[in-house]
Design a protein around this ligand. Structure first.
Ligand code: CTP
Length: 362
């Protein structure tokens, strides 16, 4: 296939649908007009980095659900191959500003760098698969951030929130983002939506470790909303509402950004009420025509609502997956994942060294 002007390639493991991966895809998309995302196989990752937590089909669902991804290419080679990029018509590959090495300690992007086909973007600080696995293994709540307020840490990253609220081009505004502050009768608008909401389907939840169960649920909710001429607004519980032990594994900022990057949503309320009542629905911009819940949600979640407003979803793909399904994969194989963490630790020291050597040559 000839090179398609503006078609960009990015590749990686994309283990967990975390907002660092979304940030890389957003910046990659902003470099062009289409984004092809190569996802490595479980076997290649095991050989070069360590065991994955999420299997290839699950990682593909996560990447496919990102608003800035045009097409997913599963089984992409671990060391980026310009011939594979050519096959998909991509001239440039994008990667975050870290060095990624293969099992032999060689830079996975050196060939593309030498050919002038490499673009570097900013890595998102304070998030990685390694961090998240660490939070599952060490039971503490250091990562939690409490209730939503106008001084919440998310207000310090307004620019990031604004960029994650962008449309599929990554350049124009799209989703509205609101805070629900306890005691206030209206929502605080943090990011304005491109268009005002008319008919709205509301979904609320924790969305911890944003996994295929969440993604498929939102996809179904969006199909339902669209068939009723409505948009999907998602409300996220804050850490204070959701917390027990080390759960949520992702804090409010992280969970909000994970949901905000999803192509299956149109708006976000940070700090949603855990038990839905008319007073909360009245605050939502637009006219809430339905509240969509999962069939396994406790009835208490919506019991004080007019039940004709409630629409239940069941039987969608991955509907039986929960956050603890994933945490248990790690805890049930603790020794293997502790070894992964150790290996990642010394590998990242090598990668740091390589990065310093490369920058001193420039
Ligand atoms: N990335 C990023 N910010 C992060 C984590 C990853 O920008 N906090 C980028 C990487 O630089 C890469 C893409 O996301 O361009 C996919 O990363 P991946 O191959 O999954 O691996 P890592 O870089 O090791 O990320 P993680 O530790 O989360 O697995």
């Amino acid at each position: 296939m000839p090179i398609v002007e503006g078609r960009i390639w990015i590749d990686g493991c994309f283990d967990f649908a975390h907002h660092g991966h979304a940030g890389a895809m957003l910046q990659a998309r902003q470099e062009g007009t289409e984004l092809y995302v190569g996802v490595h196989s479980d076997e290649e990752i095991l050989k070069n980095k360590g065991p994955v937590v999420m299997k290839l089909p699950e990682r593909v669902i996560a990447v496919e659900g990102c608003r800035w991804c045009t097409k997913v290419v599963p089984d992409a080679p671990y060391v980026t191959d310009p011939l594979v990029m050519d096959q998909y018509g991509c001239k440039y590959v994008v990667h975050g500003d870290d060095i990624t090495t293969d099992a032999d300690g060689k830079d996975c992007y050196q060939i593309c760098k030498d050919l002038g086909r490499f673009i570097v973007v900013k890595r998102t600080p304070n998030i990685s698969t390694t961090d998240l696995v660490g939070r599952m293994l060490d039971i503490n709540s250091h990562h939690h951030q409490g209730q939503i307020s106008l001084n919440h840490p998310i207000t310090d990253i307004k620019e990031r929130v604004q960029s994650y609220a962008s449309d599929p081009s990554g350049r124009d505004s799209y989703a509205g983002v609101y805070f629900n502050i306890e005691g206030s009768s209206t929502l605080h608008e943090f990011v304005s939506p491109k268009n005002e909401y008319q008919r709205v389907v509301l979904v609320v939840g924790e969305f911890d470790l944003f996994h295929p169960g969440h993604i498929k649920f939102l996809q179904e909710a969006q199909k339902y909303a669209h068939s009723n001429g409505a948009k999907v607004i998602v409300g996220i519980y804050d850490d204070a509402t959701a917390k027990y032990a080390n759960y949520p594994i992702m804090n409010l900022v992280e969970r909000s950004l994970c949901v905000l990057q999803s192509k299956y949503i149109d708006g976000l309320v940070i700090g949603a009420a855990k038990i839905l009542a008319a007073a909360f629905l009245d605050k939502i911009p637009g006219d809430v025509i339905k509240v969509v819940v999962d069939a396994s949600d406790p009835p208490s979640k919506v019991q004080s609502l007019d039940q004709t407003l409630v629409h239940k979803l069941s039987g969608y793909e991955y509907s039986d997956m929960s956050t603890s399904t994933i945490v248990n994969r790690v805890l049930d194989n603790r020794a293997e994942y502790e070894e992964r963490q150790r290996k990642k630790g010394w590998k990242s020291e090598l990668e740091q060294q390589l990065k310093q050597e490369t920058s001193s040559l420039q």
